[in-house]
Design a protein around this ligand. Structure first.
Ligand SMILES: Nc1ncnc2c1ncn2[C@@H]1O[C@H](COP(=O)(O)OP(=O)(O)OP(=O)(O)O)[C@@H](O)[C@H]1O
Length: 318
């Protein structure tokens, strides 16, 4: 292994060169044994259950997990040559689940012994790049130190590269990242996230980065039916539900809301659903608060009415 130019304190010196080796000491010879040892299937099942839609993304995560499991079995028989390259790009519009899936990916990598801790550190350009000369390297190294043993998630990663400014400090951060992605890839996985078209341009201008990223996952926008199911799931997780009484159907009202919201600027998929539900809960609370002397039942406290949804400013227009 090459010596890293940018050593991250407390990082790989403490870890064996291929950390998977330690985790495979169990001597498993079947896929079932590796799955049972690592309990990785529970994370995959959770991913299926907790995330609506995203079929292509879920399949890719399963494929990557399969690769890692087989890699462990190969290692047990002394067949592996090098730890696999696991850096990834997650592209898609805001609110399509990139951060959420990255957290699950970190968990999978941890359970299979590819990273020591399995945490996720999410950053943007400002966390890595300084304003003045000499500030970028320490900033980037500090972030890398925090991320070691887990996943570094760089949102809108293409902002690191600003070709219009020849002396942009982003380039310095990119160079440090490239070193660490190559030399310490046995204990750090980097996920670059952002809009697909901008990421494509970034990779074209940064072949070094492109060659280090092995897995590209594209997150599609959700359709209205999926967004409605996401709303159901989010409400269920918080002990709420839509009133579905005939004639006052809050779920149908939310479907109408979504149709209006999708056409608005800055629509952010599941994030917009979460924000809209938060505002509906506020309206529900105000409605209940106004009725001071009525004993509030479990039903009252958990139900969002059609009026709570229709109170949105989107319905007030025209
Ligand atoms: N498929 C899904 N099913 C259920 N909830 C989802 C789904 N996708 C996203 N969410 C929820 O929507 C919110 C936004 O998701 P997340 O932050 O992962 O998106 P993102 O693509 O990283 O967006 P951004 O780039 O804007 O941060 C989170 O609360 C997440 O739990």
């Amino acid at each position: 292994m090459n010596q890293p130019l940018y050593a991250i304190p407390g990082a790989s010196e403490a870890v064996p060169p291929v950390s998977v080796a330690a985790a495979s000491a169990s001597g498993a010879t079947t896929v079932a044994e590796v799955l049972a040892d690592s309990q990785v299937e529970a994370v995959l099942d959770e991913l299926d259950r907790d995330l609506i839609g995203l079929a292509p993304v879920k399949q890719r995560i399963r494929d990557i997990a399969a690769l890692l499991v087989i890699d462990k079995l190969r290692l047990n028989l002394g067949l592996a040559a090098q730890s696999p390259s696991l850096h990834m790009s997650f592209t898609g519009n805001p609110g399509t689940g990139k951060t959420t899936v990255a957290m699950r990916m970190a968990e999978i990598l941890h359970r299979l012994g590819y990273v020591r801790k399995g945490h996720l550190v999410a950053v943007t350009r400002d966390d890595l790049v300084g304003q003045y000369i000499g500030h970028t390297a320490p900033k980037t190294k500090e972030v890398l130190k925090k991320a070691m043993g887990g996943v570094l998630f760089i949102d809108e990663a293409y902002y690191l590269y600003r070709p219009e400014n020849e002396r942009d400090y982003g380039q310095e951060a990119i160079e440090i990242l490239l070193q660490v992605m190559e030399n310490q890839r046995d204990d750090l996985v980097v996920i670059l996230a952002g809009y697909k078209d901008r990421m494509d341009t970034f990779f074209k201008s940064n072949p070094g980065m492109s060659s280090r990223v092995a897995h590209h996952l594209d997150f599609p926008d959700y359709n209205q039916t999926e967004l409605l199911s996401i709303a159901d799931l989010m409400l269920q997780q918080q002990n709420y539900r839509f009133d579905t009484a005939p004639g006052a159907d809050a779920r149908a009202a939310f479907g109408d809301y979504l149709n209006l919201r999708i056409a608005q600027p800055h629509f952010a998929n599941a994030r917009s659903v979460r924000n809209a539900l938060d505002r509906a809960r506020l309206r529900q609370a105000s409605r209940l608060f106004a009725d001071r002397h009525r004993a509030l039942s479990r039903d009252d406290l958990t139900t969002l009415s059609a009026d709570d949804i229709h109170g949105s400013r989107l319905f007030q227009r025209g």
